[in-house]
Design a protein around this ligand. Sequence first.
Ligand code: FES
Length: 144
Amino acid sequence: MALYTDTVMDYFVNPRNVGEIENPDGVGEVGNAKCGDIMKMYLKIEDNVINDVKFETFGCGSAIASSSMATEMIKGKTVEEALAITNKQVVNELGGLPAHKLHCSVLAEESIKAAIKDYYDKNGIEYDKNLFAETDCVKSDSYV
Ligand code: FES
């Protein structure tokens, strides 16, 4: 079996929602200290709905595919629905990732969470801090 699914290759070669949003309502940047890859997520939010989302990923193909898929999964969703998305769901939508690449999808989940946390912070919205316990720091080797 090929290492990467056709979906992974498609989202890597033709990534959706790449770029930057000017004046975003929330921005989240996370990185993996071990591989050095960095992912940045920009959100436009209106009436609690994610109207637009773009990403920049400086990293491997799996990270690009994961972040691109994640943007499609959260576009048009409420902030709470986006917060509930896990890296496992991203991996499922991609049709799977090799085990040593699973941490790339974790960056996608965490960059969304970091961007939503930024949105909450900027707007003075109260939230349960436990929701973001993992996103305050750069991720290290725990997912490699
Ligand atoms: Fe580290 Fe993909 S994000 S190798």
